[in-house]
Design a protein around this ligand. Structure first.
Ligand code: ZN
Length: 653
């Protein structure tokens, strides 16, 4: 998963009952799950098959805030204890194999399963998020990620919706009136936090990987034009990662499903990645907010996290560091070495800044920031490969994945495999990269400079050191990144010729050249036609701000552009249209109403937050807007909640 802090919560839960895996091994689950979206409820039954590895006097399952209707042990009804967290069966049981426990349950999950849009005009969906939220909120299960179970799900839901879950769809058929049953079968075991269900209106396209794995890409029926830019390079990245990792993709198929107002960028549920529909973009949006990196990251987790899973949060980098590193390799395959080193350079800068701010931790500290787990983790793998070479690194990875397939791993397991193949003692390496608190910035930068003339050039080009050279730099053949650096350092050196650069450099102009010299006016106006919504948004504002006489013309030119998922261009346009007296004076009210409309629950939370902010600026958050703001405090997405509370506090003061 990307951008997640909450694995810690898993760790805390683990501590309570890590022991059960020592004497009980849950192996298989067959669940029948009835989803009732109108009620926001789920009910059903699940039968677990388990082995007792030792004699015991009790067994338990995690089940949060449920009504437990009955429990059967090996087919017979039994008494149970339930404290709304855990279901316990106290009975003397001897060591033996293939026992079964069946549980009938009902619940209205407060988290981990989300019912979106059933009370408003947002798309009707049900989707789950297990990591950090606990699958046991909607299915009695084992929250301990050290117990891997093969799950087979039969899901009943209203027949007009698609139902997507882990595994292979065996069949789907209409059952009772208005309901449809979906049978999903898994072949191999996984931790329960990786269970996933999505219910919603979707179309899908299926392509096969080079190795024959079905890649199922879901999209909203109205988004067929956005399919290609959204999923661009999916198959190429899949084929690349299978080759690079050297171990076949471990699961039966690979599904990707966008959902509304997701909690994170994406989540790598086994064979079933769920991602935020803010990445569903058109071909212009591809420049600004492509799904490529998240796509590759969640895919890499299918090996690192799902096939081999951390034993505890201390080893979280084995998931996030690896997913980040392999996503970078996939991007290098697509976009080249300069892109790869550039991303490493950027993350080194962030890690160095974290050091300066006093926020650094050792990579093996379970309390590390996401930045540390993801980026320091990726850096560690990059440097390890530099040290041991491609052959030892890749062979070690294959051995590690094969040895621990469908099992749990610690950092020592990984390091051991690399040491064995490389015949190197990695103590000094792990002391620096895994145990040291500070990010080894100097070593990192030395490696980048050694490997990349592109980075050497970027570091050398410095307009603050040699002011006389700024202009020359901008007209020379240096990289877009180096030019953008000069532009940020001294935008006054931009000449008409610099506008004849790439989209990337032109975006830097739009972002940094805020006081536009009148002799650059006509060049600057061409930015309004660039294939980047970020460029257009910045250019529109700067032009409007600099040239009063042109305002009406700029607004006319951009009237029909909406921009990214959160309508960045449209919202700015509405704001400027409202405050420009000479532009369509009769339509001010309708512009204001459109802005207020965007605060409604039917829109995505990023759009709503921006609309609230603009209305606050205009002091125009009326009754309807305030009602929407009040409602936003109960949203399932914490970012929306935090925003709404802060803004309400501000408006009350
Ligand atoms: Zn991740």
């Amino acid at each position: 998963m990307k951008n997640l802090f909450s694995f810690l919560i898993i760790l805390l839960a683990l501590k309570n009952h890590a022991q059960q895996t020592d004497f009980v091994d849950f192996k298989h689950a067959a669940a029948e799950i009835n989803i009732e979206p109108d009620q926001g409820s789920v009910e059903g039954q699940v039968i677990y098959t388990f082995d007792l590895l030792q004699d015991t006097d009790s067994i338990f399952l995690d089940a949060r805030n449920m009504t437990i209707e009955r429990v059967r042990l090996n087919g017979r009804l039994v008494n149970f204890e339930y404290d709304s967290m855990r279901l316990i069966i106290r009975q003397s049981l001897n060591k033996n194999k293939n026992n079964s426990i069946g549980i009938a349950f009902k619940t209205q999950p407060k988290q981990a399963m989300y019912f979106v849009g059933w009370n408003d005009d947002a798309p009707n969906q049900v989707w789950t998020q297990g990591q950090g939220k606990y699958t046991s909120h909607w299915l009695p299960s084992i929250d301990d990620m050290n117990d891997k179970i093969e799950f087979d799900l039969m899901i009943n839901a209203p027949s007009e919706y698609e139902v997507i879950a882990n595994g292979k769809l065996i069949r789907s058929q209409n059952s009772e009136i208005g309901l449809r049953s979906w049978f999903y079968d898994m072949r191999d075991p996984m931790s329960s936090y990786l269970l996933a269900i999505v219910v919603g209106k979707y179309n899908k396209k299926v392509v096969k990987s080079e190795s024959g794995v079905p890649l199922e890409m879901y999209y909203y029926p109205q988004d067929s034009m956005k399919f290609e830019p959204t999923y661009r390079y999916s198959r190429a990245m899949f084929d690349f990662l299978e080759r690079e990792i050297g171990v076949s993709y471990p699961w039966q198929n690979y599904k990707q499903i966008p959902v509304h107002d997701f909690l994170y960028a994406g989540m790598e549920n086994t064979g079933t990645t769920i991602f935020s529909d803010s990445f569903v973009i058109d071909s212009i949006g591809f420049t600004d907010n492509s799904y490529v990196h998240v796509n590759a990251h969640e895919l890499a987790h299918q090996w690192f996290g799902n096939l081999v899973t951390e034993v505890s949060g201390k080893h979280h980098w084995l998931q996030e560091g690896f997913a980040t590193y392999y996503a970078l390799l996939a991007e290098r395959h697509l976009f080249g070495n300069n892109h790869f080193y550039w991303k490493l350079y950027e993350s080194a800068q962030q890690l160095n800044q974290q050091d300066i701010n006093g926020g650094s931790t050792a990579l093996l500290d379970p309390n590390s920031s996401s930045l540390t787990f993801y980026q320091k983790g990726a850096w560690t793998l990059y440097m390890l490969r530099e040290l041991v070479g491609d052959y030892a690194f890749q062979t070690g990875i294959i051995n590690y994945l094969e040895k621990y397939a469908f099992k749990n791993v610690s950092t020592g397991d990984f390091i051991y495999e690399i040491e064995r193949v490389s015949e190197q003692d990695l103590t000094a390496f792990t002391d620096v990269w895994l145990k040291q608190v500070e990010f080894p910035m100097e070593r990192a930068m030395d490696a980048l400079k050694h490997n990349s003339t592109f980075i050497q050039e970027y570091l050398m080009v410095d307009c603050e050191v040699e002011t006389s050279k700024c202009k020359d730099y901008l007209l020379s053949g240096i990289s877009d990144e180096a030019k953008s650096k000069v532009i940020a350092q001294d935008p006054s050196k931009i000449t008409a010729e610099v506008f004849r650069s790439s989209t990337k450099v032109r975006q830097a102009i739009a972002m940094h050249l805020k006081k536009i010299p009148s002799d650059l006016k006509s060049e600057y106006e061409t930015l309004l036609k660039d294939p980047s919504y970020i460029t257009i948004e910045n250019a529109l504002f700067n032009l409007w701000n600099n040239f009063k006489v042109g305002r009406v013309e700029y607004l006319k030119q951009t009237e029909h552009i909406h921009g990214l998922h959160h309508k960045n261009v449209r919202l700015l346009w509405l704001l400027l249209a409202i405050v420009t007296p000479e532009f369509n004076p009769d339509l001010k009210e309708s512009y204001k109403n459109e802005l207020i409309d965007y605060t409604a629950p039917s829109y995505n939370f990023e759009l709503r937050m921006n609309a609230f902010q603009y209305l606050e600026m205009l002091k125009s958050c009326n009754e309807a807007c305030l009602k929407n703001l009040e409602e936003a405090k109960t949203h399932h997405n914490w970012q929306m909640v935090k925003f709404a509370k802060a803004l309400l506090d501000k408006t009350k003061n």
